[in-house]
Design a protein around this ligand. Sequence first.
Ligand code: ADP
Ligand code: MG
Length: 311
Amino acid sequence: MADGKAPGEFDLIRLLRERQVVHPAVRLGIGDDAAILSPAAGRELLIAADMLMEGTHFTFPPLTPREAGRKALAVNLSDLAAMAAEPLAAFVTVALPRGRSASFALELHEGVLDAARPFGMSLAGGDTNAWDGPLVISVTVCGQSSAAGPVCRSGALPEDRILVTGSLGGSLSGHHASFTPRVREALTMQQTAPIHAMIDISDGLAADLHHILDESQVAAVLEAARIPLTPEAHRQATAEKPALVRALSDGEDFELLLTAAPDDAARLLALDLPGCPLTDIGSIHAGSGCQLRQADGSLIPLERSGWQHQL
Ligand code: ADP
Ligand code: MG
């Protein structure tokens, strides 16, 4: 609709079109009424969408427009990583606030391209509008399953080990706006050994582990002493909210939480993933619910909201 046209919309689209990286699976990207994707033979298409709203998910500052664009794509790529899928294309829909500087939309899309570049994926389309509200950016990503197939939340089995990439806690002090989604690591892991279940940690370790347990209809025991904590989680630790609690409940870590049979977990742990330690933090059991083994060996229930009390 003419109403919603953003100033410079066509210049922006022309620029994006000139700069587009073309993934071989994208037969047609920006410039027509719809993009055309053809995934490799025998692979499945995976699609994820996430919307970020200024004032709800972030504010300017502390975020810059470029960081917001980068994050909007990165959170979607983290979802593809969690299914062990290879990113093919992104579609970006923006409601731009009228009256922001002319460079605002450019910087925002520059951030999207920053996040896309390392994965050779295309920015294959989108929609650009302006309105009197704050920025809304919605990104849809398409990926293709790896040769070993997609990994769902529902595949965890009793006796599986629970592994986590990287370290957890304190993400909102910066990591959430600058992280590299664990796409490569997920593909390498899935090539090395079958992963039974996987999720990316956006709500917090406790909440996201519960998602796997619910979908797989199994129980888990987490080892408190083994949970890898970020320096930031230690730095922000208080009596009410120690570092471990931050790791369990802060969220937006965008690390991967996965389960694999014990032999396969050992093969995964032997991998050398650059900049991405992998840690065994517990085990899957028959039954339901989650327990946390504390330093003294005692087991306490771990709710999906994390551990609220003093440890
Ligand atoms: P239509 O009116 O047919 O929907 P548009 O003028 O909205 O076409 O868009 C023209 C082309 O630019 C389309 O290929 C569309 O996917 C792409 N596009 C529009 N906005 C964006 C954006 N923000 N990011 C990437 N591609 C975009
Ligand atoms: Mg359109």
